[in-house]
Design a binder for this molecule. Structure first.
Ligand code: ATP
Ligand code: FE2
Length: 329
């Protein structure tokens, strides 16, 4: 049995988990919640630095209840990127120290691919088209000849970021995505907002500005939230559907924090049903940033020998998923 310790802390959630081939042994997290405004990279990194010892110690303690000891750990995985530089560096430092102290391999993983692989694992989908939607990222991807290929992506900000920016503007606390979802459920009137799909890519900044303007113009907040979601999610669904048609694939996987949104799930589910495809979405705790996904991808990479010498373990804030050679599929 292989046991991997995974550390995640690319942005708001510091999380550590122990994973083995068939299950998540345990996970401990410490979310950073800004008092006002959005995520401040340095403050988030300070939060992670202050919490790392407690989170890892608690994980080891809890794992002992499940009869695992620190000596059982076969590798330490961490998010090498993409993410916020100060956060990445803080968590990478901890991962290097742990790998050296335990004398086990260090495994650097791509955060986006970790979102995908935990979804495939938990849902049992073999070869899906993936819609990965989070704060900083929005991409449509699929596996083809040794890599996850990005078929479409945002031309500016991620959908989560767009929702958070809009929410902040109207006085809602970060993270705004879930609050917009609640308000949207009370909206009844569709207000026209810019629908921007260019080829297989999409863009959200114009939509965000127009939604702010619509609130300033006196429209009800619930109606604007409703219209924001309908427009943005229709854009994402359109591109995902086209990707499925192009690739001839009949499975679809939703990944990333925004995937928790019920309306987005519903639209994708309808689209998949209409074309005779299967729609997969993991439990919410595996959609948002979590240590288990890092540990799990670390486990896959350890098997294929994709580990990192300490001297090559610098973080990669702009690490793209298609840079990774996928040897485990
Ligand atoms: P990444 O590094 O992959 O971009 P992230 O740091 O943005 O990840 P995630 O946990 O994957 O972290 O996603 C967080 C985002 O998800 C936030 O923008 C948040 O507002 C959004 N979100 C969470 N729940 C919902 C929801 N129910 N509806 C819409 N957005 C949501
Ligand atoms: Fe993420």
């Amino acid at each position: 049995m292989v046991v991997i310790l995974g550390l995640e802390g690319t942005a708001w959630n510091l999380s550590a988990a122990l994973v083995t081939e068939d299950r998540v042994i345990h996970e401990v997290e410490s979310p950073y919640r800004p008092l006002h405004g959005g995520i401040h990279p340095r403050e988030a990194a300070q939060h992670h630095a202050a919490e790392l010892k407690r989170v890892v110690s608690q994980l080891i303690e809890k794992a002992q209840d499940a009869r695992f000891s620190i000596c059982d750990i076969d590798g330490v995985a961490f998010s090498q990127g993409p993410g916020l530089g100060p956060c990445l560096r803080t968590v990478a430092t901890a991962a290097r120290a742990l790998a050296l102290a335990l004398n086990v391999p260090l495994i650097g993983v791509n955060h986006c691919i970790a979102h995908i692989e935990i979804g495939r694992w938990r849902c049992g989908t073999e070869d899906p088209v993936v819609l990965y939607v989070s704060g900083a990222n929005s991409q449509v991807l699929t596996y083809h000849t040794g890599r996850y290929r990005i078929i479409g992506e945002t031309l500016d900000i991620g959908i989560g970021n767009a929702l958070d920016k809009f929410a902040r503007y109207v006085g809602l606390k970060h993270p705004g995505g879930p609050k917009v979802e609640e308000l949207a459920a009370q909206g009844t009137r569709y207000i026209h907002l810019p629908y921007v799909v260019k080829g297989m890519d999409f863009s959200f900044t114009g939509l965000t500005t127009a939604a702010k303007d619509a609130v300033d113009a006196g429209n009800s907040l619930a109606d604007v939230c409703y219209s924001f979601q309908e427009t943005a999610f229709a854009m994402l669904t359109e591109v995902t559907e086209r990707a499925m048609a192009y690739c001839g694939k009949d499975e679809m996987l939703l990944a990333g924090g925004v995937g928790a949104n019920r309306r987005l799930q519903q639209m994708l589910h309808t689209m998949c049903t209409d074309r005779g495809a299967r729609f997969f979405v993991p439990e919410s705790k595996y959609l948002k940033d979590n240590g288990a996904m890092i540990a799990y991808l670390g486990l896959l990479q350890l098997r294929t020998g994709q580990t990192l010498p300490i001297e090559d373990s610098a973080v990669r804030p702009n690490f793209r998923p298609d840079e990774v050679e996928v040897k485990w599929r």
